[in-house]
Write a protein of this length. Sequence first.
Length: 306
Amino acid sequence: MKITTKQYQSLTDQQLIWDLMVSCYQPLCTNGVAAPFFEYAITASWMDTRFLYLNRIWMDGEKAVGFVFYENPVSSIFFHLLPGYECLAEEMMDYAIQHMPGKDAKELNLFPGQKALIEAAERRGWQLQYTSQDMLFDFQQGVLDYPLPEGFHFVEPLDIDPVKLARCTWKGFDHEDKGPFINWDEEDPGTPWNPQKAYLDVISSLMAPPPHATFDRIVVIADAQGEYACYSGMWWVPENCLAYMEPLCTIPKHRHKGLAAAALSRHYRNLSPLGAQYMTGGEDPFYQKIGYTKAIQWLHYKKAAK
């Protein structure tokens, strides 16, 4: 094989990276994060995109077989390596350590199935510092059937008002204390992440969605007055039978009423007939409480102190 490398270009390489991540996918994400993880990040306002040129792709002909990239913060480094190309692990690890952003704060995020990369990191003096997990719902082992609380209704995807949805995410992610929604344009646009402008993510993504977004699968719940109370995003990846839920929020005045559970139950009903096997969640105990039983295991490596 003749392996070449190229630096990531956000306007031309996204299909290449999506195909690699879909090909690398293993249940429970043991071989790296699912494909929507990276695409969602690079289209979000909280992502610091100044260093995307440092992300590197390993190519076998026209096919991407390896990828080193960061998410948020920029010191958080990830890897994808196609099975059969484990010989690239040493080179990829050297590149990540020497050239990716973060300096002494750098953290390597690895997963249990990435054994060649784990061994390469450990040979270079990196040690497992802690583990974390994101819960998964297993469609083969459970049912989500939480009812929609009285006084609320689902908004059909084709009827969604992007401005009302933007206000929902603004409130749902606790930005109200950072200033009134209407004054979003008073903030400094030069900051890497500007919460006053964060609601534009929703409007821009609905009008010009990321390449693989499935906005026809999102769930929005409104109250009796028509205010959007809960939003659950969804990236349906049929090649992996994966329902990638991102993001999920409920506005403060309607929390603890069962809206999030009802939204995830609607995802279950919509995607189960399509062959979904897993639906992602998060680390909050809420997910286990409503019936999530599996988990994605994250391994966080840092350089051993001298």
